[in-house]
Design a protein around this ligand. Structure first.
Ligand code: ADP
Ligand code: MG
Length: 897
């Protein structure tokens, strides 16, 4: 989203235009702000972040905090608001969620200078932006969804080609995919759906590219425009080499030019926002289509894989399958569900783990118990790497290592050779243990959330640090003694020595006693402040002690920082190891998750014998089954046996009989099988499916302003282009969105086309009973319907798939069930009887010879051209030579490929 704030109207554009000279602090601010106009600038001032001018107005309004002022510029008050630094995250998260981008300017700590400042030297801190937070570059735990990746995504398109790169820097994932097809827009749409970006970066030029303009409109809330030079090929080559520390981009894999353009822009943006602290990312992953089963956006939506039609996760497939314990496991599971495999051996590798976990007594529970509470180490590590100084991130690393080693130990004990493949090497475990010791030895168990607060490093780690802390203790005792001395001296029992941030240590007495100190002859008490009831004093020796304490505190914190950063460096050197271990844990969690749900719900291991096209015995729909269990109802299982050359099922049956549930269950079982998960059935044997297409009729897409029917046709066209003999097509009530005759004819033609041209597994549920006449022409069709019982004029759904054709549509029965008056139902029966007699006669089915044979597009095109040429010829006007030449050229046209 572009920044919602208006331009900084109040901000003086050039120095010379200012009437009054700004304070040094304000000129510093203006300089920083000028370089960060598109962001809300959080400006660090001591314990606060302050915002000025329009930024202050916007933030105070959005956050509901007080708008005040600080000083004047050009005789006008400078609007100001502030938030305490220690609670800034809450405010930041609200602003980011509202779509703002925030630049954080910190006081740059040069040691000598910060100490000078503490002595109340007037010289001001150097300040600059250390980080920009945008929706795609968040590092803070509370702003991130732990079950989801947060992908910053870069789109590059030029001359009908392009590339998308995406990266979650909190995990260290960086991927790129080339888009080259004729169907660029749809491929982009599919890819963006899969990525589900947190923020998209692209240029003005690209966003206006006609090919993708419409698609990008859907994402306009997520788009940040960057300069087109960010996509420059030559510069980006170098950027990528430097970023991944390689001497040649080719060593990263098969990167095309456009990949380099999009990936380089992404790297640019990481540097723009993270400045010098971009988290380490080790590798770029080049995504190719051929590795995974394709389940396109609409199929995934109609199968309710990631969310219900209403957008909720509850009741979706992932909701039912995800019983993972860890955040990294949940994210990996989602990735696996998004990308079912095509390689049988890869699938079987996962199945083997699941099988052994199920067989091993109580291992599933043990692992689940141990993973519970494991920190999200990848994200902690990225914060350490980005130099966010929250010592609790190191404690997260520590607890992660401790817990994962425990998990590895129980697997080690299992003695099962397959399960042992889940373990990291002994060497890696030793390395992890030494990191564990390093943190345990140095860092307090419960450190504060900011390094600045001190008390992060344990005592007995560094002698000098202990000494500095000692000084503090000794001096504090001295202060206590001073308090006793001064009370005696002044004869004031109520005299107290107190501390605040402004004065340091000072003496306080009530106002009426103030003269006693002022007139004390033995000691010089300086009056430094009068409050309503009290007078505050200082003495030379108290001032000296106060300063010494302050200095030793500052030195101690500096020293703590030094030690802290050394430990961070050591941990970051092992970045790859820790991330790999986190991946191990995620994988164990996901495999264990499959084992857990499979055992609990009697899922079985699918096989891939290659015999039949598909064989599902006693299959169930995992989501509907779960919801029925809650209602204490039974799900009725169904078989689905499909021989080669009998791949089309045409299903008729009344509403509410269970057709859609059955069709979806077939698709879901196929997808789950290729994920490597077990499935809800008695047995399943399948041939690898390359693509799944599911379309459900009449799913209006009102937001896009397309009519239902148009949407249906656009969706269907994609199937007709994309499906191969190894695909699975499910068409549920196709054509429902238009008038009966149109709908019927389109459904008819499409079914013919699929049978003749695609020859793939096809399930076609329809309320057009007329379609069943196609069986006469195509023996590959099997006619199926749902079993119904009628009892005392009511219908009872048995949810069993049986051979045959639905007797009637039973629509009137459903209407009756729904409470429509008897008289209306009776009248409707009469109308229905009349209509059925008149409308559809057998003559509508063509004889075999009458069928229009589908032509290759290419042939049709040739014929058209030849036809055009012939039409032009007037035989009376050409000579024999011309006629002969024409004949040759026609002949050539025909044979041309
Ligand atoms: N195999 C089954 N066992 C038990 N209940 C089922 C089964 N299939 C469907 N149902 C129930 O019937 C309802 C309607 O099913 P649905 O598939 O939408 O029917 P149709 O597509 O034929 O109109 C479902 O919401 C579910 O509650
Ligand atoms: Mg239905």
């Amino acid at each position: 989203m572009q920044l919602k704030q208006q331009s900084l109207i109040d901000l003086p554009k050039k120095k010379e235009k200012m009437n009054s000279k700004p304070t040094p602090m304000m000129s510093q601010y203006l300089e920083v702000k000028r370089r960060h106009q598109n962001y809300l600038l959080f400006y660090r001032m001591g314990d606060f972040y302050e915002l000025f001018f329009d930024d202050a107005k916007i933030a105070s309004q959005q956050l509901g905090i007080a708008l005040t002022k600080r000083g004047k510029l050009n005789n006008k008050d400078i609007p100001m608001c502030g938030v305490p630094a220690h609670s800034a995250q809450t405010y930041l998260s609200r602003l980011i969620k509202l779509g703002f981008k925030v630049a954080i300017a910190e006081q740059l700590e040069k040691k000598s200078e910060s100490i000078k400042n503490q002595k109340k030297n007037q010289k001001i801190f150097e300040r600059d932006v250390v980080r920009i937070i945008t929706p795609g570059t968040i590092l803070e735990e509370p702003l991130l969804d732990s079950k989801k990746y947060n992908f910053l995504t870069s789109i590059y398109i030029k001359n009908g080609e392009g590339s998308v790169s995406w990266c979650d820097m909190t995990i260290g994932i960086f991927k790129t995919k080339n888009l080259k097809n004729s169907s660029l827009r749809q491929d982009l749409s599919e890819l963006l759906y899969k990525i589900d970006p947190g923020e998209i970066i692209t240029s003005e030029e690209i966003i206006n590219n006609l090919l993708i303009k419409e698609e990008l409109k859907n994402w306009k809330n997520k788009i940040t425009l960057i300069h087109s030079t960010s996509f420059d090929l030559k510069n980006n080559n170098t950027k990528i080499q430097n970023f991944f520390k390689v001497s040649n981009t080719r060593s990263l894999g098969d990167l095309e030019d456009s990949d380099i353009c999009s990936a380089g822009a992404l790297i640019d943006y990481l540097y723009l926002t993270q400045k010098d602290n971009v988290p380490n990312i080790l590798n770029i992953n080049i995504i190719k289509d051929e590795e995974f089963m394709e389940v396109d956006k609409i199929s995934s939506q109609s199968l309710e894989i990631f969310s219900r039609i209403n957008g909720e996760r509850k009741g979706s497939l992932i909701d039912v399958l995800d019983k993972t314990i860890s955040a990294c496991g949940a994210r990996m599971l989602k990735e696996q569900i998004k990308n079912p495999l095509l390689s049988i051996s890869e699938i079987q590798k996962r199945q083997n783990f699941v099988e052994h976990l199920i067989n091993e007594n109580s291992l599933i529970e043990k692992i689940r118990e141990l993973i519970k509470g494991i920190p999200d180490v990848e994200r902690s590590l990225s914060r350490v790497s980005a130099k966010l100084r929250n010592p609790r991130d190191l404690i997260n690393v520590l607890n992660f290592i401790k817990k994962s080693i425990k998990v590895f130990t129980v697997i080690e004990f299992s003695k099962n050779l397959t399960l042992k493949k889940l373990l990291p090497s002994k060497k890696n475990i030793d390395e992890l243990s030494s990191l564990q010791k390093l943190i345990e030895k140095n860092i307090e168990t419960e450190p504060p959330i900011s390094l600045q607060e001190g008390n992060v490093i344990r005592s007995n780690v560094n002698l000098h640090l202990d000494e500095l802390r000692n000084i503090k203790d000794i001096q504090k005792k001295k202060i206590l003694n001073l308090q006793i001395d001064y009370s005696t001296l002044s004869n004031l029992n109520s005299l107290k020595i107190k501390f605040n941030n402004f004065h340091g240590y000072f003496i306080e007495v009530t106002n009426k006693n103030s003269d006693k100190l002022l007139n004390c002859s033995e000691k010089k008490f300086y009056l430094i402040q009068n409050t309503l009831h009290a007078a505050r004093f200082q003495t030379d020796e108290l001032k000296k002690i106060s300063l010494e304490i302050e200095q030793s505190e500052i030195k101690a914190i500096e020293l703590e920082k030094e030690i802290y950063f050394k430990i961070c460096k050591k941990i970051l050197e092992n970045n790859a190891l820790i991330n790999r271990t986190s991946n191990n844990i995620a994988y164990i969690d996901v495999m264990n998750n499959y084992a857990f749900i499979s055992r609990q719900r009697n899922y079985i291991r699918p096989t891939f014998s290659g015999g039949k096209k598909l064989s599902i015995k006693q299959g169930r729909h995992p989501v509907v089954e779960e919801s029925l269990i809650l209602e204490e109802k039974q799900f009725t299982p169904n078989d689905c046996e499909i021989e080669i050359d009998k791949e089309t099922w045409l299903m008729t049956g009344p509403n509410m009989a269970g057709k859609s549930t059955f069709l979806r269950q077939v698709a879901i079982i196929c997808i789950m099988s290729q994920i490597g998960c077990y499935v809800p059935a008695k047995s399943v044997d399948i041939k690898i499916i390359d693509k799944v297409f599911t379309r459900v009729g009449a799913s209006d897409d009102l937001s896009k302003g397309l009519s239902t029917f148009m949407t249906e046709m656009v969706e269907t066209a994609r199937i007709l282009n994309g499906a191969t003999t190894n695909s699975l097509i499910i068409l549920d009530e196709l054509g429902r969105g238009t008038s009966t005759n149109d709908g019927l004819s389109i459904a008819w033609a499409i079914l013919e086309f699929i049978i003749l041209k695609k020859k793939c597994l096809t399930f076609f549920a329809t309320h057009y009973k007329e379609l069943t006449y196609l069986k006469k022409r195509f023996p590959s069709i099997s006619l199926k319907t749902m079993q119904i019982d009628e009892w005392q004029g009511n219908i009872i759904f048995l949810y069993k798939v049986i051979d045959g054709i639905s007797k009637s549509s039973f629509g009137l029965h459903v209407a009756k069930l729904a409470g429509i008056q008897d008289s209306i139902i009776k009248r409707a029966s009469e109308v229905l009887k009349n209509l059925s007699e008149k409308t559809f006669q057998k003559k509508d089915v063509k004889n075999k010879d009458e069928y229009f044979e589908f032509e290759d597009d290419e042939n049709a095109h040739k014929k058209q051209e030849i036809f055009r040429l012939l039409k032009k010829i007037n035989p009376d006007e050409i000579n024999p030579k011309e006629a002969l030449e024409l004949l040759y050229s026609l002949k050539k046209k025909l044979s041309n490929k």
